[in-house]
Design a protein around this ligand. Structure first.
Ligand code: G6P
Length: 512
């Protein structure tokens, strides 16, 4: 069994076929089996045959190997991709994720980079990358089978969207002191006063959380911020100063693009921190400090509650940084913390729109293109809305900063194209209404997501309106994320798509 990519498989394949091996598929995985087989045929004992084959591999992989005639033994090794050993009830098991071992193991142990393990009966021997016997810490299995059950919900994604009020309250509870209305962070290996810049690095939905975080660190902590796509950040000749904080964001804590970027910073002795949902995952073990999100297990491939929980932690960090840097006063901090505290209840109100959005999805599911527009901190939410929509409905969607529409995407606006507008009636968002009018006058069908005042003033002539609670700026991205999640969800359900496991996508991507 192989997870990952053997990058030098073409060269190995050439070498093997030249030596007379007959390979039956085009896969990189078969090359591993063929290498082992060649070693066995040369008379090597099984363990040596496997180790020698592994030494030839380049790339990222997790492998579980069983040899014909040795059914009581499994060989395992990881490089790049995660691999977890589970122990329980007289057996040892192997999985690419702790969750996969739920019900099988009472204790788990994460293999480290380059580890090799031999599993026999209920025992496992572990060796480090230099072949020396190694001990890896055993941790109790915390996931329960109940967390993997979707109960009466039609899909995990639906369950996870609806769980957001609790997930957010749980997450916020770990980062604030409600009695004093202030942020309380775990002990930090750095002082925000000395930080000169923050680099927020992530992939997919987490990268959109990073882009929201940029607005907050700038506003509340007056820190310069770059929000970066991990796979780009790693391979650019990026200039990072010693005073900068490199903050990685990931639900799984295993995404290889993000992990490789983190390791790149570590190699250069730069400061690293991570916001991660899965405790014990690789990033939590490798970053200098981890800020966990408490979203609970997320199964749906399209991330929902993890995204809003990442936002919650980013907001708390930005406020904490602002306070430490003397940008925010105690009173200013209290106002922001109170706004965060109101989010779970306000989000529960937004969920009442579920059925209205379900009805709306009938029209939207017939579209060929959908546009999402927002400004300021709602611009990344427009991007996330479009991503969520395209990844599960398979309908093309694009998110844009509303002000930029006139510089290009307006050419896409044709009769009946749905355009989702994220625009509360406050601040810079007021400008979005004129961009909405530009689209409307060209025949777009507007779905206006705004507060009561915005809907009263700008609702007439739109296809649909969704009334959001009026909240301070800091709460906007967390609340406006919800209707776009629901629109994607209901459209995908209506189209009969596999909502929890959309085509071509994986929950945790452990290849570059
Ligand atoms: C995959 C998933 C996305 C997710 C991205 C980053 O591509 O399909 O939903 O946003 O990975 O995952 P992470 O676990 O690092 O947040």
């Amino acid at each position: 069994m192989h997870n990952g990519i053997i990058e030098n498989f073409k060269a190995l394949r050439g070498e093997l076929t030249e030596a007379g091996a007959r390979l039956e598929s085009e896969t990189d995985t078969e090359v591993v089996a063929a290498l082992i087989e060649r070693n066995l045929s040369a008379g090597m004992p099984a363990e040596k045959a496997v180790r020698k084959a592994l030494a030839r591999l380049e790339g990222a992989f997790a492998l579980a190997i069983m040899i014909c005639g040795e059914a009581d033994t499994l060989y395992a090794s990881r490089r790049g991709s995660p691999l977890v050993l589970g122990f329980g009830d007289g057996q040892v098991s192997l999985g690419s994720d702790t969750l996969a071992l739920c019900g099988l193991a009472t204790e788990v142990c994460h293999l480290e980079e380059g580890d090799f393990a031999i599993l026999k009966a209920a025992r496992a021997e572990i060796f480090d990358e230099n072949g020396k016997p190694a001990k890896r810490p055993l941790k109790p299995m915390t996931a329960t089978a109940g967390q993997l059950d979707k109960g009466n919900y039609a899909h995990f994604m639906q369950k996870e969207i609806l769980e957001q009020p609790t997930a957010l309250a749980d997450t916020l509870g770990k980062y604030i002191n409600p009695l004093e209305a202030k942020v309380e962070l775990p002990e930090l290996p750095f002082d925000f006063k000395e930080i000169t810049k923050v680099n927020l690095i992530a992939c997919g939905t987490s990268a959109y959380a990073a882009r929201v975080g940029k607005y907050w660190f700038e506003s509340y902590a007056r820190l310069p911020v770059e929000a970066e796509i991990a796979s780009e950040f790693r391979y650019r000749d990026v200039v990072i100063g010693e005073g900068e904080l490199n903050l990685f964001i990931s639900q799984s804590g295993e995404t290889l693009d993000t992990l490789v970027a983190l390791r790149h910073c570590r190699e250069k002795n730069l400061r690293t921190a991570a916001i991660v949902n899965v405790a014990g995952s690789t990033m939590t073990r490798e970053a200098d400090v981890t800020f966990l999100t408490y979203a609970g297990v997320e199964i749906g491939v399209a991330s929902t509650k993890s995204f809003t929980c990442q936002l919650m932690v980013l907001a708390a960090l930005a406020i904490g940084a602002g306070r430490a840097r003397g940008v925010l006063t105690k009173a200013g901090e209290a106002v922001l913390v109170q706004a965060l505290e109101e989010i779970p209840a306000k989000l529960a109100e937004v969920l009442y729109h579920d059925q209205a959005i379900r009805a709306l999805s009938a029209a939207v599911s017939k579209a060929r293109n959908v546009l999402y527009l927002g400004r300021g901190c709602l611009y990344p939410v427009a991007l996330e809305g479009a991503l969520k929509f395209k990844e599960i409905s398979y309908i093309h969607a694009e998110g844009y900063p509303a002000g930029e529409m006139k510089h290009g995407p307006i050419a896409l606006v044709e009769e009946d194209i749905p355009v989702v507008i994220l625009a509360p009636s406050q601040g810079v968002h007021l400008k979005t209404f004129s961009n909405m009018e530009e689209a409307k006058s060209r025949g777009a069908k507007i779905i206006l997501i705004s507060d009561a005042e915005g809907v009263r003033e700008h609702g007439p002539g739109t296809m649909a309106t969704i009334i959001m609670p009026s909240v301070p700026d800091i709460a906007l991205p967390l609340l406006y994320a919800v209707p776009v999640q629901l629109l994607a969800y209901h459209t995908a359900v209506r189209k009969g798509n596999d909502v929890d496991q959309p085509r071509n996508l994986a929950k945790s991507v452990t290849v570059e």
